[in-house]
Design a protein around this ligand. Structure first.
Ligand SMILES: Cc1cc2nc3c(=O)[nH]c(=O)nc-3n(C[C@H](O)[C@H](O)[C@H](O)COP(=O)(O)OP(=O)(O)OC[C@H]3O[C@@H](n4cnc5c(N)ncnc54)[C@H](O)[C@@H]3O)c2cc1C
Length: 538
């Protein structure tokens, strides 16, 4: 074999010792050797590194031309499967962060660039990120410590993270701080007679539903069990049981939070009522919620439906869906999702729940929906709410690996009119939207008065979401639909123009929230999600 280019593939430390595997590349040939020059196949090398070392750093010094970013990524992924918690990244610590000043209570769990586990903590489900420090409190006292550290680093972005599924809430950032509440994920039944359940913000709805299933209870969440409790239960929660039991926040009976100045507070019907009002819709602005107390609803078997329909006329199909959904009883919630038409055909997915274990009832409820296009596929099962939430993938020790920034718009649609169906079909033909989704509201959501919680838009029929890949392009086509909407749901909105805040919160709600913000976070420490600036309108 002729001498090849030597690339330092992997350097690993064992205590104070060091092991280096060298990859030699000659044309298409790649050879790995250990320090004695013995040839090793890549798998053996990887297993050796993963098994023998406290920490592993993958480095690719020059010349690296032969190693594409994809190969580098693959190397990370392989090592992550073998030894994710020991894999160090090449990332550098950031300027302007007092790493030596990390509070003692958080020092052993904090993760900084370069640390093992950083890759698993830096990004979220929807976003790529490279924060300068991830603090991982386990108790409200540790949350207070994390907030104190954040107050000392006010110049940096501050992300709050529970389940890491935020669109609007930036639970990662570039060079800033993240307070990651993932370890606070207990689910505890407090009072069986009252179906009172206490849930930590870091639990996922999959975990919550699995515990409640043993009692034949459920707390309606969103449609995906991987979503975290902290983000959803502070913003709203439109889900498959909402038409029957209300938004997720409507099932809240109390919350415990740590305010920006580190004070622990309990808010509910009996104490701090105004704060409790604000947390239910604008929680991310008011404090870090460390526990939620919900009243679960009794739930038995449910019908779970996934239908795929094809239609040459999306506008007509959408009108028909609107009509059928409007006449559906509260036990039935069917969401619609579609992409752009291809070769003149739209593929429409309908998925949702009938809160009944009776097969005849389920079929009766679903039949009108199945006629909005040509039924191409169907799966209807009688199952448990927990099994529907359980379909979500577990994240595992490797964490999330989102990339880039999500680009998403939201609108609350009072009525699905013919004009809206026409304009929505035009939106999909624009090529700017790759996912268009309608979440059916109504029913019990509207039973709660608009001023009872900070989530004031109680009467719209649908929540409409559009996902795109070009921000300006999506805004251009979406903004043409603005006259159809009355407000938005902040969980699905990523437009940061200031008017969106007024869409999220009507004037009376917004001025009440500003008063709360001035009282509980006057220096605007918590600002990563639809920021209510305390200085405005003083
Ligand atoms: C695949 C998918 C499906 C979804 N489906 C639905 C759905 O059907 N219905 C629905 O209503 N929503 C849905 N959502 C939106 C979801 O509710 C929001 O994205 C929510 O913010 C995610 O919560 P999280 O804890 O996982 O997110 P994170 O990214 O951890 O948090 C998002 C933001 O919430 C705030 N926050 C988080 N934790 C706390 C806390 N403890 N205290 C105060 N503020 C906090 C912060 O601003 C944070 O940046 C969906 C999202 C995804 C990705």
């Amino acid at each position: 074999m002729t001498e090849g280019t030597a690339l330092d593939l992997a350097t690993a430390r064992v205590g104070s010792g060091e092991f280096t595997a060298v990859v030699e590349q000659t044309g298409g040939d790649v050879r790995l050797t250990d320090a004695d020059g013995t040839g090793l196949d890549p798998w053996t090398t990887a297993v050796w590194l993963a098994g023998r070392n406290d920490s592993i750093r993958i480095g690719l010094p020059a010349p690296v031309a032969a190693v594409s970013p994809e190969m580098r990524e693959k190397a990370y992924e392989s090592f992550e499967i073998l030894a994710g918690s020991r894999l160090m990244t090449g990332a550098q610590r950031r300027e302007g962060i007092d790493y030596d000043g990390i509070p003692a209570s958080l020092a052993d769990t904090a993760v900084a660039p370069g640390d093992p586990g950083y890759r698993a903590r830096k990004s979220t489900y929807m976003r790529g990120g490279s924060p300068g420090l991830v603090l991982r409190p386990r108790t409200p006292a540790e949350v207070a410590d994390a907030l104190a550290f954040a107050r000392d680093h006010r110049h940096l972005p501050l992300g709050l993270r529970s389940g890491g599924h935020g669109f609007s809430g930036r639970s990662t950032n570039d060079g800033g701080l993240v307070i990651d509440l993932g370890a606070m994920n207990d689910v505890e039944v407090l009072d069986e007679d009252r179906r009172l359940v206490r849930v930590g913000p870091g639990a996922t709805w999959k975990q919550v539903s699995a515990v409640l299933d043993k009692y034949d209870w459920a707390i309606g969440s969103g449609d995906y069990g991987g979503v975290g409790v902290g983000g959803l239960a502070t913003a709203g929660g439109i889900g498959l049981l909402s038409r029957e039991h209300g938004l997720t926040i409507d099932r809240l009976r109390a919350v415990e939070l740590v305010l920006a100045d580190g004070t622990p507070v309990r808010a509910g019907a009996e104490e701090n009522q105004e704060l409790f009002w604000g947390v239910r819709g604008a929680g991310a602005n008011l404090g870090v919620v460390t526990a939620f107390e919900f009243e679960a609803a009794p739930t038995g078997d449910v019908g779970w439906a996934q239908l795929v329909l094809v239609s040459p006329d999306f506008e007509q199909a959408l009108k028909q869906y609107g009509e059928v959904a409007r006449n559906a009883p509260r036990d039935t919630t069917i969401f619609l999702m579609a992409g752009p038409p291809r070769e003149g055909q739209s593929v429409i997915q309908l998925y949702g729940m009938v809160d009944s274990g009776d097969a005849d009832t389920v079929v009766e409820r679903l039949t009108p929906f199945a006629s909005i296009g040509q039924l191409a596929q169907q799966q209807v099962v009688i199952t448990r709410y927990a099994d529907v939430m359980g379909q979500a993938a577990d994240v595992g020790a490797g964490g999330h690996h989102g990339r880039g920034e999500p680009i998403s718009r939201s609108g609350l649609l009072p009525v699905l009119t013919d004009a809206f169906a026409r304009d929505a079909a035009r939106l999909l033909r624009s090529g700017q939207v790759f996912v268009f989704a309608l979440r059916h509201m109504g029913g019990a959501i509207a039973d709660t008065p608009p001023d009872a919680t900070a989530w004031a838009h109680r009467t719209p029929e649908f929540q409409v979401t559009a996902l795109g890949s070009d921000r300006a392009g999506l805004d251009r086509v979406w903004d043409r639909l603005a006259h159809h909407f009355d407000g938005l749901y902040l969980s699905f909105e990523t437009d940061q123009r200031p008017e969106r805040l007024r869409d999220a919160f009507p004037p009376a709600t917004l001025s009440r929230l500003r008063a709360l913000k001035r009282r509980h976070d006057p220096t605007n420490l918590l600002r990563d999600n639809f920021n209510i600036d305390p200085e405005v309108e003083k």
